[in-house]
Design a protein around this ligand. Structure first.
Ligand code: GLY
Length: 335
C-alpha cells in the first residue's frame, strides 16, 4: 500500500494496530487525528522538502525549483514566498495580523549550506521578507537588519513598498481592539509561521523561516522566527530544524540550535524535536496555554516533527509525493 493511502486509511479507520511502519514512517493509531511519528530506521531518498503546517503549495514550489536544478537555497526561498504572498494566510507576509497599533511587521531569515545567514526583523511594508533576508546575507557585511533600516535597505534593493494590512486583518484587529486582550491562540487557525527545510539531491541543506509574528503583539516585539538558532538553524554536516508557535518560548530554549546539537550527539530528528518540546514544558507550567512545533531533518534524510498540542502538522514532499501529515504532540490530556 502506498504511504499516502495508508496514512489516509489510518486517519479514517480509527481502529487497528497500535503502530505500523511503512516507508520509513511509524503511524500511531490515535483516536483522532492519526499522527505520524517519523521512523529513524529508514533514511529517505533525496531531495526532501519539509514545511511547518499545511503548506503543500509552498513545498510544491520548492520541489519544482529543485526539479529545475536550482539549489536548496533558491528552492527554500521561492517555497516560503508562496505563503508570504498569500493574503489569506494571516500569520505570514502580506495580510498578516498587525501589532496592537495596527501595523504589520515581518520577521524572516534564511540560512544556506555554508552556514551563512541573513535576517530582517520588525520590517514594515515589504511582502517578501525572506528575499530581503537573502539580500542581507548575500549583499551586506551584516546578518540582521531591523525596522526602518531593513525597510530602507529593501527599497534600495528594488523591493516594492506596499501596505501589508488587508481589509480582513484590519477588521480582525478592530474586533480585537474592543477588548484588547493579548492571549496567544493555540494553532492560530492552524497556521502560524512557515519554516521550511530543503535538502537537495546532493544532500545540501538550506532553511528559511518567515512570519508576521504574534497577532496584536506590542509594538517592536520580535519573535523567534528570524533569530538564528531559535526559529531556524542549519548545519550542513548534521541537519537542520525550524520552529513555529509562541516565539518567546522558542527563544528562551534556543530550540532549533538545540535540536541540531542533539542530532549531532546521535539523536534522531524525531527524538530531538521531542526533547526540545520537553525542555519547554518542563520550564513553563503554563504550556497548556500556548503552542510550539518543531520540524527537523538530518543528513541521512530522516525527518522529525513534534509539538506541544494537537493540531500541528508537517508538509513533506519526497518521492514525488506532497503530503501534509498530523504531528504527534505532548499534551494528551483533555482539559
Ligand atoms: N513564531 C512566530 C513568533 O512568535 O513570532
Amino acid at each position: 500500500m502506498k504511504r499516502r493511502k495508508f496514512i489516509q486509511n489510518a486517519s479514517l479507520s480509527g481502529i487497528g494496530i497500535a503502530t505500523a511502519t511503512i516507508a520509513g514512517a511509524c503511524v500511531k493509531e490515535e483516536k483522532e487525528p492519526a499522527v505520524v511519528v517519523p521512523n529513524e530506521e529508514n533514511a529517505r531518498s533525496l531531495p526532501i522538502v519539509i514545511g511547518t503546517w499545511n503548506v503543500t503549495r509552498a513545498t510544491a514550489k520548492a520541489w519544482e525549483m529543485l526539479q529545475q536544478g536550482k539549489s536548496s537555497l533558491d528552492a527554500v526561498e521561492q517555497g516560503v514566498m508562496i505563503e508570504e504572498a498569500d493574503e489569506k494566510n494571516q500569520t505570514v507576509g502580506k495580510g498578516g495580523f498587525p501589532d496592537r497599533d495596527g501595523i504589520v511587521t515581518l520577521d524572516a531569515c534564511i540560512m544556506n549550506n555554508q552556514g551563512d545567514y541573513g535576517a530582517v526583523v520588525a520590517m514594515e511594508n515589504i511582502t517578501h521578507a525572506v528575499s530581503v533576508a537573502r539580500k542581507v546575507m548575500d549583499e551586506t557585511p551584516h546578518v540582521l537588519l531591523a525596522g526602518n533600516g531593513a525597510r530602507q535597505f529593501a527599497i534600495e534593493k528594488g523591493f516594492k513598498a506596499e501596505d501589508l494590512l488587508t481589509e480582513a486583518s484590519k477588521k480582525a484587529w478592530e474586533k480585537w481592539k474592543k477588548k484588547s486582550e493579548y492571549k496567544p491562540i493555540i494553532n492560530i487557525e492552524n497556521h502560524d509561521t512557515i519554516g521550511m527545510l530543503v535538502m537537495d539531491k546532493n544532500g545540501d541543506i538550506s532553511g528559511a523561516c518567515t512570519t508576521s509574528g504574534a497577532a496584536y503583539k506590542m509594538r517592536g516585539r520580535v519573535g523567534d522566527s528570524a533569530i538564528i538558532g531559535s526559529g531556524l538553524f542549519v548545519d550542513n554536516e548534521i541537519g537542520a530544524a525550524t520552529a513555529t508557535g509562541l516565539g518567546e518560548e522558542v527563544l528562551k530554549t534556543v530550540g532549533s540550535f538545540l535540536i541540531v546539537e542533539l542530532m549531532r550527539q546521535g539523536m534522531s530528528p524525531q527524538k530531538a524535536c521531542e526533547e526540545a518540546i520537553h525542555r519547554i514544558v518542563k520550564k513553563n507550567k503554563k504550556y497548556k496555554d500556548f503552542q510550539v512545533g518543531y520540524i527537523a531533518l538530518n543528513k541521512k534524510g530522516e525527518i522529525g516533527f513534534y509539538s506541544i498540542h494537537k493540531g500541528f502538522s508537517c508538509t513533506v514532499y519526497q518521492n514525488e509525493e506532497n503530503k501534509n501529515v498530523n504531528s504527534d504532540f505532548y499534551n494528551k490530556t483533555k482539559d
